[in-house]
Write a protein that binds this ligand. Structure first.
Ligand code: DNO
Length: 357
């Protein structure tokens, strides 16, 4: 595996490349052109400029998170082919610039969903949190407004204000889309992009739906082992793979995370590893990465990744806000750096143990 950190670009991130460079073991960043809209073609010039900036700081671009998929593709609307053509052009440009991993999601309307961006914990740190009760009590259109006050001035991925202004129209687009239709549209998209992925050796890594169940009655399909295996089989190509995100699949306590990792051997192209602390099955918060701080056995998760020979990029995921930092919720420097060091420590111990056994 290669330890990386997500970076939103110098215009949008409070964390600098120079800081990332000083986290032990981190040589790569996972980045994006944060100001592009779903459906837009990424030019080679902009991709090259982004790469050069990262390389000038002594790091490299280990992959993209995300190239977002236009809602017309997800809903299978009439203009879907135009947007798939654009997506293919973007993939070509990324391939030509020697970038080989792309994370994306197929979640309708909302990307990840949390009901609190700054829940205070006993130690004074703040974390993202979710309760089903809060979602059930909200009108979907009010979702964004209900959390907007706690973003620390940043634009949250998937929650861009201009998109949220059109939430009603977005919901209308998905009115006739159920799980089966969404699977069909995903299959159509993947079948069309696989040739270009083959040509440039680009690993597509679908991100799970977070939380891993339907919110506001919208269909959500990337939620459990059965569905993700169905997706792998319906377009059985090694470039059709997943982002294994422990914090997203882990929202559903019925998901056995190490077992899922083992079942996805060869198809995990990217890993997000973080811990959650459950107060009830539908009330959880994002804990520190350390196993003892949350509900997951982080050793078993890293061990399963080790056992399947995972060699792609991995990143610590959302961190707590600590030590007075003001940053995009989940994406400060300090706690993610602690997460990277901890995950690197687990990996080193697992590796040495295996070699000595
Ligand atoms: C949240 C992230 C997601 C993820 C997208 C991938 O913090 O994990 O926004 O990047 O779903 O497209």
């Amino acid at each position: 595996m290669e330890m990386t950190l997500r970076w939103y670009g110098s215009e949008s991130d409070t964390v600098t490349l120079e800081q990332i460079r000083q986290i032990p073991g981190v040589k790569g960043v996972i980045t994006t052109l944060y100001d592009t809209k779903p459906g837009e073609v990424w030019t080679r010039e902009r991709i090259r400029a982004m790469k050069e900036e990262v390389e000038d700081a002594g790091l490299h671009v280990a992959g993209i998170e995300s190239v977002n998929v236009h809602d017309s593709i997800k809903t299978g609307s009439q203009d879907k082919d135009l947007y798939i053509d654009h997506y293919i052009e973007t993939l070509e440009h990324l391939g030509q610039e020697d970038i080989h991993m792309v994370c994306y999601n197929f979640m309708p309307v909302f990307d990840w969903t949390r009901t609190e961006l700054a829940r205070m914990r006993e130690d004074g740190s703040t974390v993202l949190a979710y309760t089903q009760e809060a979602v059930d009590a909200l009108e979907p259109e009010k979702m964004f407004a209900s959390i907007a006050g706690d973003t620390n001035g940043s634009v949250m991925p998937g929650w861009e204000p201009e998109r949220m202004e059109h939430v009603k129209e977005l919901f209308a687009m998905y009115r006739d889309i159920d799980d089966e239709k969404l699977f069909e549209n995903l299959k159509y998209f993947l079948e069309r992009i696989m040739p270009v992925c083959g040509k440039y050796d680009i690993n597509m890594a679908i991100h799970p739906d977070d939380p891993a169940w339907s919110v506001f009655g919208l269909p959500r399909i990337i939620i459990n082992k059965a569905n993700i295996l169905r997706m792998m089989q319906m377009v059985d190509d090694p470039h059709n793979g997943v982002t294994f995100c422990s914090g997203s699949y882990g929202t559903n306590l019925e998901n056995d995370l190490p077992d899922m990792i083992r079942a996805l051997k060869g198809r995990i192209h990217f890993a997000h590893v973080r811990n959650l602390k459950f107060h009830s099955p539908t009330n959880f918060e994002e804990a520190a990465h350390l196993s003892a701080d949350g509900s997951f056995d982080m050793y078993e998760i890293m061990k399963a990744l080790y056992d399947i020979g995972f060699d792609g990029p991995i990143r610590p995921d959302h961190g707590r806000m600590i030590w007075g930092e003001k940053a995009m919720p989940g994406y400060g420097l300090y706690d993610r750096a602690l997460g990277a060091a901890y995950l690197n420590g687990l990996w080193e111990a697992i590796e040495k143990n295996q070699k000595r056994a």
